[in-house]
Write a protein that binds this ligand. Structure first.
Ligand code: AMP
Ligand code: MG
Length: 416
């Protein structure tokens, strides 16, 4: 297979590109990986369906009662009390057919017996031995869950590309399906670049800092369900970097690095990519996180993130996440955004789209609002930790006054 050429029109030091343009370009060139596996249902949680799931039979399979009460023929109700002829409990159906003037004791989930068309709630009935008086008559058809009302046979219940949730596991189990075909996990190799970086457990020398990007990337990649290859810290040295890239490309679908993409730095990564693959140097009109290198190294896709810890997280969530999801075979899921009143005044210069760190707050009247976590510098990683959402400010917007409405994008993964 030949690698698709990456649509371009923007080379070295080109003008800043809107985030939307970058996302559209990535969506155009990226093709999902191939390879599937069969997994037992429980193991498939969080994996991406490789094939759609179709209901083999209706769920529920039979009309059944939504209440504890009496199954009866609605037309008999005017004629007076009914005669109790048997019972239909969940898992123990009544085998006969209900005749005129008869009824059957039925429990929630019990199959509605042949002949019955309505269930009266037990709270609306009085029983004396086998004589049942309905004190408050139901309407015809009341309190019955219809066969197929959840799923009809032949329904495409879940499409290929769906990332399976807890609710999905239940829906699939309700159809009696024990195994599903999912995409194999995407393999992502990542390392940090920079002579100033030390790994945890090492002692810091003068001017050195701990490598935090590998930890935020570890966390975000783990949440995406990819297979990780953590390659540690690599020095700003061409031979060492080439060796790391060779090793990453031999083992992974995607290579992710942080640091070393700023203009002015000895840009070995760009040079190595151009020699062994393809490189695009994008300046994205977003804050934090302007520079991004995208391309290929050997057969692997490459994303070179900026070094700043907050920029890494912002670029990862906005650019790399949708690309990795597409590579992994997941259906496109634009991030959830909604508008809320902002309880903080925000400083913003027109020009770039901004992702300001913020948190959701419940106001005294119960309604939701958002407030800034404070300092927004791209070196202040704590602001990400204190936040639970981004306030997304459009490129052309300026300062925001307290009480203005803003777009909010929550962090975090769904539980259901
Ligand atoms: P760079 O893009 O390499 O010029 O890095 C920009 C800033 O981010 C510098 O202050 C670096 O020290 C810092 N930085 C780069 N990589 C990391 C990392 N892995 N962990 C923490 N800070 C980093
Ligand atoms: Mg660096």
């Amino acid at each position: 297979m030949t690698n698709p050429r990456i649509a371009d029109g923007c080379g070295h030091d080109g003008p800043s590109l809107p985030l939307a343009t970058v996302l559209a370009r990535l969506a155009e060139v990226i093709e999902p990986i191939s390879g599937q596996q069969r997994l037992a249902l429980r193991s498939a949680l969080g994996h991406i369906l490789a094939e759609p799931i179709t209901a083999p039979a209706p769920v529920p399979a039979h009309d059944n009662s939504a209440m504890d009460g009496y199954a009866l023929r609605h037309a008999d109700l005017e004629a007076g009390p009914l005669k109790l002829v048997g019972s239909a409990f969940a898992g123990h159906p009544y085998s006969g057919e209900i005749g005129p003037g008869e009824c059957v004791r039925i429990m929630t989930g019990g199959v509605v017996p042949a002949g019955a068309d309505t269930v009266a709630m037990q709270e609306h009935a009085e029983a004396k031995d086998t004589t049942i008086t309905i004190t408050r008559p139901p309407s015809a058809g009341d309190n019955i869950r219809r066969a197929g009302e959840d799923l009809q046979a032949g329904d495409v219940v879940l499409p290929a590309g769906r990332r399976l949730t807890a609710a999905d596991l239940g829906v699939i189990a309700s159809m009696g399906v024990a195994e599903v075909s999912v995409m194999r996990a995407l393999r992502v190799a990542f390392f940090s670049t920079g002579d100033e970086l030390r790994s945890l457990g090492e002692t810091l020398g003068p001017g050195e800092i701990y490598d935090s990007n590998r930890y935020t990337l570890f966390g975000m990649l783990t949440r995406l369900g990819v297979d990780l290859i953590d390659m540690g810290v690599v020095r700003d040295d061409e031979t060492a970097l080439q060796h790391a890239l060779d090793q990453a490309a031999a083992n992974a679908d995607v290579i992710l690095t942080s640091g070393g993409v700023s203009v002015g730095e000895a840009d070995f990564m760009g040079k190595l990519l151009q020699m062994h693959g393809e490189a695009h140097f994008w300046s994205i009109a977003m804050k934090p996180g302007r520079p991004l290198t995208f391309g290929r190294y050997g057969k692997a896709w490459y994303f070179g993130l900026p070094g700043n810890p907050v920029s890494v997280m912002a670029t990862f969530t906005q650019v790399v996440t949708p690309a990795l999801r597409q590579l992994a075979g997941e259906l496109h899921q634009p991030p959830a955004r909604f508008r809320l009143p902002c309880r903080s005044a925000l400083r913003k210069k027109p020009g770039r789209q901004e992702f300001q760190r913020a948190r959701l707050v419940q106001q005294a009247d119960g309604s939701l609002a958002v407030e800034s976590v404070g300092r927004q510098g791209s070196g202040i990683l704590r602001s990400m930790s204190e936040a639970d959402c981004f306030i997304v400010l459009p490129a052309d917007c300026g300062n925001v006054a307290e009480g203005d409405w803003v777009d909010v994008e929550p962090f975090g993964a769904p539980l259901v």
